[in-house]
Write a protein that binds this ligand. Structure first.
Ligand code: NAD
Length: 244
């Protein structure tokens, strides 16, 4: 059997399935990844802007970048890769989709059991009173935006150097630990602690399947590793595995 046939069968037969996605799954929707072509905004790298230090020193600059990212995502539509994961969720009894993405495209595609490790572009959080609110204004009427209490609002995302929400992380490791098959899609597998999830799953006995444009540090550990666009590969992995 080829790797593709094997992976289809594993995905079709797994009762407990866990998927980890990164920026790559949204690339074909027109949302740029951080590491790779199109990863720059003006002359800045994401690591220079997505930090508490950058926000403290220049909140306007950081908010201009987020306002631009929100405008890109607002124009984007879920692609065939997002939709294939909705089909996987429909089939597996125990399914968890863990995403590092903040764009909300999985939910827009129809995924329901989603753990968002890095928060959400559409949530704003007050740096003073801590209040959180949903905000979908594009562009934002005021930059940087302010809370009713007068303090600055920040994006409701996890920045480099910040802790992930403990409850979400715990649920993610629990899902990884009980998965029979763990599918990793479009992540460079270098941002921690998300990069540890596939390793934890494998240690607990899961089969690892990877989909990425190029090899990553995970490729050598995966039972099957497919290199190409997620929007083409995921439908191939999922459709042909539908039970009759
Ligand atoms: P990353 O930018 O580090 O890596 C993207 C990966 O996707 C690369 O390995 C690349 O080879 C692969 N890729 C690119 N296009 C692909 C395609 N069409 N099909 C399959 N694979 C493809 O992103 P990351 O690993 O998610 O981690 C970095 C951080 O980036 C995360 O914290 C995440 O929150 C943030 N981020 C999110 C978004 C989003 O929400 N859409 C966009 C950019 C960055």
């Amino acid at each position: 059997m080829t790797d593709l046939e094997n992976a289809r069968r594993w995905l079709a037969e797994a009762g407990r399935l866990c998927v980890l996605t990164g920026a790559g799954i949204s690339a074909e929707s027109g949302v740029p990844v951080f590491r790779g072509p199109g990863g720059l905004w003006r002359q800045y790298r994401a690591e220079e802007l997505a930090t508490p230090e950058a926000f403290a020193s220049d909140p306007r600059l950081v908010w201009e970048w987020y306002d631009w990212r929100r405008s890109v995502v607002a124009r984007a539509e879920p692609n065939a890769g997002h939709l294939a994961l909705v089909e996987l969720e429909r089939r597996a009894a125990d399914f968890t989709l863990i995403t590092q993405n903040v764009d909300g495209l999985h939910e827009r595609a129809g995924s329901r059991r989603v753990l968002k490790l890095h928060g959400d572009l559409w949530t704003l959080r007050c740096t003073g009173c801590g209040a959180e609110s949903e905000n979908r204004a594009v562009p934002l009427p005021e930059i940087p935006p302010r809370c009713e209490c007068g303090a600055l609002l920040r994006p409701g995302v996890v920045w480099f150097g910040e802790a992930l929400p403990a409850d979400v992380l715990e649920a993610a490791f629990s899902a990884a630990g009980r998965a029979e098959v763990f599918l990793v899609v479009g992540t460079s597998a270098v941002v921690q602690p998300a990069a540890s999830l596939p390793l934890a799953a494998k240690q607990a006995g899961a089969r690892l399947i990877e989909v990425n444009l190029e090899p990553t540090p995970l490729s050598a550990l995966a039972e099957a590793s497919f290199h190409g666009p997620a929007g083409e590969l995921l439908p191939q992995l999922v459709e042909a595995g539908v039970r009759q």
